[in-house]
Design a protein around this ligand. Structure first.
Ligand SMILES: NC(=O)c1ccc[n+]([C@@H]2O[C@H](COP(=O)([O-])OP(=O)(O)OC[C@H]3O[C@@H](n4cnc5c(N)ncnc54)[C@H](O)[C@@H]3O)[C@@H](O)[C@H]2O)c1
Ligand SMILES: [Zn+2]
Ligand SMILES: [Zn+2]
Length: 369
């Protein structure tokens, strides 16, 4: 079929919205008509090279929609089913899926390679094969994805809001619940209040944190954070340190979650300075792939038993956690609609990313017809 897609043709280029050819679903694949796609910072990393991916590529990895057709052998979903697209597939049978860590599924190896899992391409443009970000490519009103990447949800849920659960909400909430393992009564710092960080704030509140300190240099982010559960806000780490020190009589935070635009090496030491004895730092933001140093006091790591942990997809199991999150939304425990600051047409995608980089959005969302 012919459809539109936002394609990235090279480093530092703008998204090119153009007509593309999309093949039908092959064995184990699903054709999805998307309702919306969130504008996550990880697609901006494709432009900067912080996430290395072969070009050209259809961007987007945060979407939800309706199954239009299924390929041979697909029984888990049928046309008409409503689905969230998880940015990491879960095969259900590899070692990591079996251990309950399907965010680390072996199929995840394919998310920044370009082609589908069988090594062939579904999108074509200008006579070239075009890859798909995270095997998804949600910057198109139609896409073909592995059945391992779709999670069925109830048809009465609003698909535009549900799109955000495909990456940002699950990553942020999971970073607090599963990666930081926030406990009731904890003091938690969230460094960077974008689409991911605001959900780490929600996650910390859900876990019963006593204090949730949201840190962001952008005033709008600090204004919005209390709506989602922040008890305090700070413009930088120094200000946050003063607040946390005062709140805990000098014991400092239990957990610090790094959800900045990029995880600079220096942020690790800054986050470690905010947590006290047995404190845990969670790194959710993506670092530069060739940076191999991070500043930290190794002395303090030992004497205070501090720890640093990476977090992919918020250490979540998409098939369990996506369903739980949309359930939490239905019960009113968790906000989704309020995360959407601005909506765009697909041909406005570059404006959407400019708004993200200018700090105007909690989350921008491309909405399809
Ligand atoms: N680990 C994962 O599974 C996963 C999943 C999705 C996204 N990510 C990554 O998470 C990061 C955040 O993504 P996003 O979509 O929320 O981005 P975003 O651009 O919406 O938000 C980033 C926020 O960080 C703030 N910030 C920048 N420097 C800061 C600093 N020094 N201190 C405090 N705040 C600072 C910005 O003002 C902005 O509000 C990106 O690196 C993204 O690639 C990781
Ligand atoms: Zn994302
Ligand atoms: Zn697996």
């Amino acid at each position: 079929m012919r459809t539109q897609a936002a394609v990235l043709w090279g480093l530092k280029e703008r998204w090119s919205v153009e007509e593309v050819e999309l093949d039908g679903p092959q064995a184990g694949e699903v054709l999805v008509k998307l309702a919306a796609s969130g504008l996550c910072h990880s697609d901006e990393h494709l432009r900067t090279g912080d996430i290395p991916i072969p070009f050209p590529v259809v961007g987007g990895h945060e979407g939800a929609g309706v199954v239009e057709a299924v390929g041979p052998g697909v029984t888990a979903v049928v046309p008409g089913d409503h689905v969230v697209l998880a940015f990491i597939p879960a095969c259900g049978t590899c070692r990591y899926c079996s251990e309950g860590h399907s965010n680390l599924c072996d199929l995840g190896a394919g998310i920044i390679l370009g082609p589908q899992l069988d090594g062939t391409y579904r999108f074509h443009a200008r006579g070239e094969e075009v890859g798909q970000m995270c095997l998804l490519g949600t910057f198109s009103p139609y896409t073909v994805v592995p059945v391992a990447s779709v999670v069925k949800i109830d048809p009465d849920l609003p698909l535009v809001s549900a799109a955000l659960v495909g990456c940002g909400v699950t990553t942020g909430v999971g970073s607090a619940l599963h990666s930081a393992e926030v406990q009731a009564g904890d003091t938690v710092v969230v460094m960077g209040v974008g689409g991911i960080g605001i959900n780490a704030v929600q996650g910390a509140r859900l876990a019963g944190a006593r204090n949730v300190v949201a840190v962001d240099p952008v005033a709008l982010k600090r204004e919005r954070a209390p709506e989602f559960g922040a008890t305090h806000v700070a413009a930088d780490v120094d200000e946050a340190w003063g607040i946390v020190s005062e709140l805990t009589r000098g014991q400092l935070a239990d957990k610090a979650i790094v959800t900045t635009d990029v995880a600079e090496g220096a942020y690790v030491g800054q986050a470690l300075s905010l947590v006290g004895k047995r404190g845990r730092v969670v790194i959710t933001a993506i670092g530069h792939p060739d940076e191999t140093t991070a500043s930290m006091s190794v002395f303090e790591m030992t004497l205070y038993e501090k720890e640093v942990r990476g977090a992919l997809f918020g250490s979540s199991n998409p098939r369990v956690d996506i369903v739980r999150i949309v359930d939490g939304y239905r019960r009113g425990d968790l906000k989704l609609d309020e995360l959407i600051t601005s909506t765009y047409r697909l041909d406005q995608i570059n404006e959407g990313y400019d708004d993200m980089l200018q700090g105007r959005n909690l989350r921008g969302v491309v909405v399809y017809d």
